[in-house]
Structure formats: structure tokens, C-alpha cells
Design a protein around this ligand. Structure first.
Ligand code: MN
Length: 267
């Protein structure tokens, strides 16, 4: 039986001074994403039937997402369409997250639990034609596990959903994929949340690492490791990191789409 997903690294050589934007976990929060992209100078057009996005930036900035395209948020089908059209345009890409991995398995009919928002995403997908569902599946299966940005005049950058400490960069081990999408699951905290190993605190690598997966009330930057998941779907905010300017844009969530125990986006 063919594997549902083949781990891969996508390498991109950047021109000197290239503009690069990286956005945290999406989870179907298209309204906040579009506001952020407008602030960052993108012109996004959706076709009247909603099926296609046109993504344009006059300075040809590149746009990357850290994965978890769908689940729990309000516009999961549109989020998938947006990423499909971003990838097709060549102007950006997205790494695979644990929710994307699970969605691939669900579309393929593998046994997966429908909790954590997956059921809602699958319901939304019923509005897509069979041809479009195949297209979206192909897009998901083609997402890289890690993206390596090679900057001529600066440090290399790894984009990953979960974790990419030095010994997992460029996927040298079998377990690198699991680290990439789940990071380091640990025990349960008193408040019911999950305690994870703080790999960024020990990071001494040369490369900059940009990731999501672990929602925090505020973005975290530690030892050249950037966590952009600021829990938009949980009522926090969505964060866009302008790599070339080392600056951030943020959009507060319009709603708390899903209550997460122990997460307060307002703190
Ligand atoms: Mn996530």
C-alpha cells in the first residue's frame, strides 16, 4: 500500500534582499489572514464562484505558511483553495502540519478520529466537486515537510510546522518527520494542556528556524527559533513575520472559534 505522504525538503534559493513573509497556523481563519495580507501589501482576489484565488504582490514578496491549514476555524475549504493557488502561482508554499497529515489520511479513507475540527473540515469539503477534492488532496500530498530558504547574504532558514532541532534539519532520520509535524509531545499539564519539550531553549544551530504548532499568547523568539503560532483559532491572534525586515504584523482573532483549555489569547 503506498504511503499517504512522502516526507520532503523544498529548497529555495532567494535573490539578494528578497522579501519573505511567513504566517503562523491558519486553521481556516481566512478573514484574519486576508486582513494581514492586505496590511503586508498583497492583493488577493477570489473568483466570483469562490473557487480560485489570485495572489499578487507588487514587490513580488514570497509567502510561506507553517501548516495546519484547516480544522476548528470557519473557512476550511477556502483555506485549502488559498494554499493550492499560492503553491500553483509559485509565489510561496506551505509545510505540512499534523492536521494536514491527518486530513490526507481522512480523504484517502484511512481510519482517523474525526475530533479536533476534522469533522467540520470534511463536511465543508463536500461542497467541492470530486475533481477539486482530488486537486486539493494532491496539493496536500505535495506539501514539503521542511522548507530551506537559502539567503545569499544571510543565514539559511528552515520553515517547519513543529520542531527542527539541528539533528533533524533536512530530514536525516526516520523520526525527523514525526518531529516536524508533532514536535515533542510530552506529559499532560495540570490545566489539561500538553507539556512539550522546549527544544528551542536548547537550540544552538546556525540556521534560523520558523515554526508553529504550539499556540502561545505572544510570539516567541528564542535562539534564532521563531514560534509564530499565536492561537488565532482559539481567540488569540494571527502573526505574520517579515523575515527580511525582522518585523511582525499581527491581527487579533475576530472570534474565539474554539475554546482551548489553558489558552487565553488576551494575556
Ligand atoms: Mn496548529
Amino acid at each position: 500500500m503506498p504511503t499517504h505522504y512522502q516526507p520532503s525538503v523544498q529548497k529555495r534559493q532567494l535573490a539578494p534582499g528578497a522579501g519573505v513573509d511567513i504566517v503562523g497556523d491558519l486553521h481556516g481563519c481566512m478573514d484574519e489572514l486576508l486582513v494581514l495580507l492586505d496590511q503586508a501589501g498583497y492583493q488577493i482576489r477570489q473568483s466570483p464562484d469562490g473557487a480560485r484565488y489570485r495572489i499578487y504582490h507588487s514587490e513580488r514578496r514570497l509567502l510561506f505558511l507553517v501548516g495546519d491549514i484547516t480544522d476548528r476555524g470557519p473557512h476550511n475549504l477556502d483555506a485549502l483553495r488559498f494554499v493550492r493557488d499560492l503553491v500553483a502561482s509559485g509565489a510561496g508554499s506551505c509545510v505540512v502540519g499534523n492536521h494536514d497529515d491527518k486530513l490526507i489520511r481522512a480523504i484517502l479513507g484511512r481510519p482517523v478520529m474525526h475530533g479536533n475540527g476534522l469533522g467540520g473540515t470534511l463536511e465543508e469539503l463536500e461542497a467541492a466537486s470530486p475533481e477539486e477534492r482530488v486537486e486539493l488532496l494532491k496539493m496536500l500530498q505535495g506539501l514539503p515537510t521542511q522548507i530551506l530558504l537559502q539567503r545569499p547574504d544571510d543565514r539559511e532558514v528552515i520553515i517547519v510546522h513543529g520542531a527542527a532541532p539541528e539533528h533533524h534539519q533536512l530530514l536525516p532520520q526516520k523520526s525527523s518527520y514525526e518531529r516536524a509535524i508533532y514536535a515533542y509531545p510530552g506529559g499532560e499539564k495540570k490545566d489539561g494542556g500538553i507539556r512539550r519539550r522546549d527544544w528551542a531553549a536548547d537550540y544552538q544551530g546556525e540556521r534560523v528556524v520558523v515554526h508553529g504548532h504550539e499556540p502561545q499568547p505572544r510570539r516567541l523568539v528564542k535562539n534564532r527559533v521563531y514560534n509564530l503560532d499565536t492561537g488565532c483559532v482559539f481567540g488569540g491572534r494571527m502573526t505574520l513575520f517579515q523575515l527580511d525586515k525582522d518585523s511582525f504584523l499581527e491581527q487579533k482573532a475576530f472570534h474565539t472559534y474554539h475554546q482551548k483549555k489553558g489558552f487565553s489569547g488576551t494575556s
